[in-house]
Design a protein around this ligand. Structure first.
Ligand SMILES: [Zn+2]
Length: 466
């Protein structure tokens, strides 16, 4: 078979290699998920060493939740792999490209302008993927998350959100892409350096404006009210010289009852964001009986349908501080900076290799571009298809690195004397989010960005809670 493949023209070989690699990755991941599903199916009793931290009821709930999610991702994964293959085999990319040419010609921009055609192509492509992805995310939100008590959205809110997301993405994607294409066009021999610097600036600008101008378009951020929790967070930040300027609570409960916390910002201007679902005293999900009005007495927007859970969720103040101790550990230990440096080094390398490869006509021939070599298509072919083995390897290495960072951040919180609070917070969060504490070793090695719960608890040193 290899021999007959080598007899083919080089562009056919490239095409088959890309397709073959894509299916190899797909089958590998399907195999891993199968192994993990087997664990969900067979582990029906709480393992002995977990007896103290998880009750039978929660264990069973999380088992069924994860099993549903895994079955769903089997079908959605099969669909997207098939769709991707059909697009490649049937020549969907050159078809969309020529359609974009016709559309941009009809609007009077003139089809000869490659950048206009590229922007129309990009809009059509993102529209296509948004539309084909929509039924899947509707199913996931309104059938699976709903069934397991996480969904807090109405269909109206969900659809409005999807349209808003599409519009905001276009507002960023189109100007950035047209500038990038322009830079590549006029950049000369060292265009890859300018292109890389440009994307670096774009990502810095996006990180800077995201929280103040983009995220509030989607969610409501309110400053954490004065009180014990706020004072404690400020004191803790000072003790490790974290330049905290503001603490926000985001209304995550409007979307789902999953919980989280993070920090962001450059240099001396750091902010902490807490999901309302993380805060025991703040979560609307804990406040049964007074829906219809928010704490200020205003009417709730009609699209939100926050339904109180019957059980209390979230963490108490000392536990929240321990979670933040872990988050600030990521900052103090330089994990954030290290991640930025790695991703920028990677991006530089990719642009350099792109410069080496973009002149190769056979790459375009392989994907059905017989008489033109548009730069945007080159970016897509090289970054998405040609680099895919490298991307897979890189993402595996980053997952391994992330688990190391998580252990280090836990150890940092332990060093702050917060081990026992972090211990109980991890258990509560696992329970609130219905995490399943048993994992197949190969599946977790490949996919888990966070170490399994038991390993984290063990590393915190078997702190006794009671
Ligand atoms: Zn972490």
């Amino acid at each position: 078979m290899l021999e007959s493949m080598l007899a083919l023209p080089v562009e056919k070989q490239i095409f088959l290699a890309v397709l073959g690699f894509s299916w190899t990755v797909y089958l590998w991941e399907a195999y891993l998920s199968y192994r993990q599903r087997r664990i969900y199916r067979s582990t029906t009793q709480v393992p002995q060493e977990l007896g103290k931290i998880m009750d039978t009821d929660t264990f069973e709930k999380s088992r069924l939740y994860q099993l549903d999610k895994s079955n769903f991702s089997f079908w959605s994964g099969l669909y997207s792999e098939t769709e991707g293959t059909l697009i490649l085999v049937l020549g969907g990319i050159p078809y969309l490209w020529s359609l974009a040419g016709t559309v941009s010609g009809r609007f009077g921009f003139g089809a000869e302008y490659e950048i206009t055609q590229s922007l129309v192509f990009l809009t059509l492509a993102t529209l296509f993927s948004a539309v084909t992805g929509l039924p899947w995310s509707i199913y996931s939100t309104f059938i699976i998350e709903e069934k397991h008590g996480f969904n807090q959205q109405t269909l109206g809110f969900f659809l409005k959100d999807a349209v808003k997301k599409f519009a905001v993405t276009q507002c960023i994607l189109l100007p950035v892409t047209s500038l990038l294409l322009h830079i590549i066009k006029i950049g000369g021999d060292f265009f890859f350096i300018y292109a890389w610097l440009f994307t670096l600036c774009v990502s810095l600008v996006l990180v800077t404006i995201y929280a103040d101008y983009i995220a509030p378009l989607f969610d409501k951020f309110t400053p954490l009210p004065e009180g014990e929790l706020k004072t404690d967070i400020e004191t803790m930040s000072q003790s490790i010289s974290f330049p905290l300027t503001k603490v926000y609570v985001v209304e995550g409960s409007k979307r789902s009852s999953h919980s989280n916390a993070y920090f962001y910002g450059f240099f001396k201007n750091k902010r902490i964001v807490l999901f309302d679902t993380l805060l025991e005293d703040y979560s609307p999900l804990n406040q049964a009986g007074d829906h219809g009005a928010d704490p200020e007495g205003n009417d709730m927007p009609s699209e939100s349908k926050v339904k109180p859970k019957n059980k209390k969720q979230g963490c108490n103040n000392p536990e929240i501080l321990a979670v933040l101790g872990h988050e600030l550990g990521h900052w103090k230990l330089g994990h954030t900076v290290k991640n930025i440096v790695i991703s920028q080094m990677n991006s530089f390398l990719c642009f350099f290799l792109f410069a080496v490869l973009i002149g190769r006509r056979e790459l375009f021939l392989a994907f059905g571009f017989n008489d033109s070599q548009p730069t945007l298509i080159g970016l897509m072919i090289i970054f998405q298809f040609i680099f895919s083995p490298y991307n897979e390897l890189l993402s595996f290495c980053l997952t391994v690195l992330s688990r190391r960072f998580e252990f280090q951040a836990d150890a940092f919180a332990l060093g702050m004397g917060k081990a026992s609070q972090l211990y109980s917070a991890l258990i509560k969060l696992n329970k609130d989010n219905l995490g399943f504490p048993v994992a197949d070793w190969l599946f977790s090695m490949w996919h888990y960005s966070h170490p399994p719960l038991l390993e984290r608890l063990r590393a915190l040193g078997n702190v006794k809670q009671d």
